[in-house]
Design a protein around this ligand. Sequence first.
Ligand SMILES: Cc1ncc(COP(=O)(O)O)c(C=O)c1O
Length: 459
Amino acid sequence: MDWSLRQLIEARRADQYRLHEQYLNTSLARVQGIIGFNKIYTRGEGAYLWDTEGTRYLDLLAGFSVFNFGRAHPAIKKAIQELIELDRPNLIKMDCPLLAGLLAEDLAKRMPAGLDAVFFANSGADAVDTALKFARAATRRTRVVYLEHAFHGLTLGTLGINGGEDFRKGFEPLLPGTDAVPMDDLAALEKQLRAGDVAAFIVEPIQGKGVYIPANDYLPEAQRLCRKYGTLFICDEVQVGMGRTGRFLCSEHWGLEPDIVTLSKSLGGGYVPVSATITRRKTHDAIFSRLEKCQVHSTTFGQNELAMAAGLASLHVLDEEHLVERSAAMGEKMLKGLAALQERYEMIADVRGKGLMIGMEFQPARTLALRAAWTAAEAAQKGLFAQFVVMALMRDHHILTQVAGPDVNIIKFLPPLIIGEEEVAMIVSAMDQVMAEATEVRGRVWAQSVELVKHALSR
Ligand SMILES: Cc1ncc(COP(=O)(O)O)c(C=O)c1O
């Protein structure tokens, strides 16, 4: 009998959460149940998902920014189908594949002047690890400085430059010679750089965990200090690149000229894992310095044709549909709509973002009963109020969002860049209704969260 993926999916659909509890991440599978995210999705298209009952969900997680072009984009899908049809010889290894060359050429055109040497890998952490190796080889220095609250991946290498205790704890010792500095503190950065042994200073131009945006002069000044002390300046654009913040690279907001840029996520068009580390030829050649060292850094699937085809099609779609401009325009509307809510709801402490990367931060209300409810939730687990909001958006409005990091009362909106005015209106109206309910201590936002508090207390 012919094996059919379609039949397998249909026959086993109902087992998906049980299979994860049994064979994969049991805790994660249980959390989905507790917060009401344990849906069985059957289809994804554009900015929406559909479950078995045909209910439609607006996806503001976008796979953590993997789906900037929306799901099942016809042009990207077609490129992948075409590639499979062509039976191209993939991963020969001892050749120089065309599609990798074409994608590198396209990316180089979009970079600041001089950044035209590309290394392809499979994930964001891979790209960051590569950037650190380039920096060490090019400067012959070892130390790396990073920002508090930073997130650059969870491999053992990138954990050493992770600014969150929750992620690091239990995995030490991590990469030696790394030091964190607070964002916006140029004196602290200069103190580190002055030692003359820092290979790289790495930043996310806007931090993903918390949507923290630096003061306007911070990154340009940090770049100047890096130049002064011979340290390479790395912009990790894995989440904020590819048009997410209304520019192709987020670092363009400040006219930065980093020495190394990392990209991933949407570069694979939502279909294929891929990442790129882009630097100057001189820096790149510091690793591949001699002919016999031409493979000293590599990864098996690095230039695979599926990823390269998805990358080429994705960049084409980005231009064709003017998605960078769209991200800027829709982001501005969404930010304005959400900021107007801040004036009406005292529990909204801040709304911030650029393009379609927007964070909303919460604070306790002044009303006695609400403040007591907040304190009880915080005592059970920090950041629980933001989780209540995420749950309410899902339950009542079928909108997927996320808390912006461990222990913070911030939610993050990362919609696909294809959203329009209709989706912006939906988001603002849903947030309006959730906040209105949250000002009622006997309302559903607080009441239906009892289960979550119980779970947090039982940890
Ligand atoms: C800025 C940044 N760098 C690196 C990574 C790691 O990417 P990956 O999960 O693909 O390893 C992430 C993931 O969210 C990220 O946001």
